[in-house]
Write a protein that binds this ligand. Structure first.
Ligand SMILES: Cc1ncc(COP(=O)(O)O)c(C=O)c1O
Length: 401
């Protein structure tokens, strides 16, 4: 992190602002590819729900990544960014069949996670190969809101329903070209991944037309200095070897796929906000910033931790602060944090702000969403303007009252 460069961005583009470092994205992408170097065909599909800025998609395209999408709109942004339809995986959940038809018309790689949809699909598009998302019934993920592979989850087709899936495939003549699972986010324990992978291999062996196996994502990144992260090199060694054994037995070379979001972009992002007020109460010192959970919802939404640094006063003595936003509800970014002394006007920096931050931002309290800046080849480039009152009112239709 280059403190001076971030302060220059805050000065030039104002706050609040998101800043992303493309070199960190590249390093994470390459680290993951290298971890699986024993496998001949590996494809990473960047899960763009983490951060959908067009330029970030273009950057991943330039690295030879594919794209993982969960809505037609994400797929359309992906195509605008230069991805070919067959480089885009579409993994919806609970969408209308109309939207799935649109995915067929666009020519996307489709991933189906519901038996009734599979049946409908088989009757309408028997010649369009699809992938199925299984639910392996394992508990994985950092917290209950991001654990999606367990038995009570709405995602995927239960592994116990595979006999029905197979019968449906035989009846309709559908070609199943991939098996997929995604069991949660922030998974630390490699054994959990490997356990899930065994279930996927067990399912996959009975489908004869496969081109790829997609192990989803859920790789954990560190949220604290020296914090824990998924040991990607160890996973690469273990899963890579196991995958090679499987494909040999299967009798065909398959592509090993992943769809990381957080792993590729979380650490590349910095959220910069200015301190509006420092407020001492009987029990606490609050630092109130020019932002709120409308811009960065993860702490309030699922208790996510973002390190907070004072860029303007790095040598200041450490004091304890509760950092809050301006939203008219409880709006806490961090409780009782040790931070270099904060003065009104200082610029604070929130780490791990590249994933699920801007993409979850809203206009709550009728606030503008922040600007976004990308650091490319050392240069800070504006990639999204801060919104204006025209943007806020753009879709409103005023009637006479
Ligand atoms: C289907 C699917 N794939 C990939 C991801 C990306 O997960 P992560 O950001 O943990 O890498 C998600 C996240 O919700 C997802 O739902």
């Amino acid at each position: 992190m280059d403190r001076e460069q971030l302060l220059n961005v805050a000065e030039k583009f104002g706050t609040p602002v998101y800043v992303y470092d493309s070199e960190i994205m590249r390093a994470q992408y390459e680290r993951m590819i290298n971890a699986f170097s024993t496998v001949k065909k590996v494809k990473l599909n960047y899960a763009c729900k983490a951060n959908t800025n067009l330029n970030i998609l273009k950057f991943f395209k330039s690295l030879n990544s594919g794209l993982d999408t969960v809505s037609i709109q994400e797929a359309m942004i992906g195509m605008k960014a230069g991805f070919e339809p067959n480089e885009i995986i579409y993994t919806p959940n609970g969408v209308s069949f109309e939207e799935i038809k649109m995915a067929v018309e666009l020519g996307l790689k489709i991933n189906i996670d519901n038996i009734s949809v599979l049946e409908h699909f088989g009757h309408e598009f028997p010649d369009y190969p699809v992938c199925i998302r299984i639910n392996p019934h394992i508990m994985a993920g950092g917290n209950s809101k991001i654990s999606v592979g367990h038995i009570d989850s709405k995602f995927g087709i239960s592994v116990h329903q595979m006999p029905l899936v197979k019968r449906m495939v035989e009846n309709t003549g559908l070609k199943i070209n991939g098996i997929h699972m995604h069991t949660g986010s922030d998974i630390l324990d490699i054994d959990v991944f490997l356990q899930g992978a065994e279930i996927l291999f067990e399912v996959a062996k009975d489908f004869k037309d496969l081109d790829y196996l997609d192990f989803g994502s859920g790789f954990k990144v560190p949220y604290y200095p020296n914090g824990d992260e998924t040991d990607i090199e160890y996973l690469g060694e273990k899963l890579g070897n196991r995958f090679n054994v499987f494909q040999k037995k299967y009798g065909k070379e398959l592509t090993l796929m992943f769809e990381p979001g957080k792993y590729l972009v979380s650490q590349s992002g910095y959220f910069l906000a200015s301190v509006n007020v420092v407020k001492q109460t009987t029990s606490t010192v609050f630092a109130g910033i020019d932002s709120g959970f409308n811009h960065l919802i993860r702490p309030m939404f699922y208790g996510a931790h973002h390190e907070i640094l004072n860029l303007s006063n790095p040598e200041g003595r450490n004091r304890y602060y509760t950092v809050v936003g301006y939203i008219c509800e409880t709006d806490t970014f961090g409780n009782n944090r040790k931070i270099n002394e904060i003065r009104e006007g200082d610029v604070l920096c929130f780490l791990n702000a590249g994933a699920y931050c801007f993409s979850m931002a809203s206009n709550y309290n009728s606030r503008f969403r922040p600007a976004e800046v990308l650091l490319v080849n050392g240069e800070a480039q504006l990639i999204r303007k801060r919104e204006t009152i025209e943007d806020l009112l753009g879709t409103t239709i005023e009637i006479s009252i």
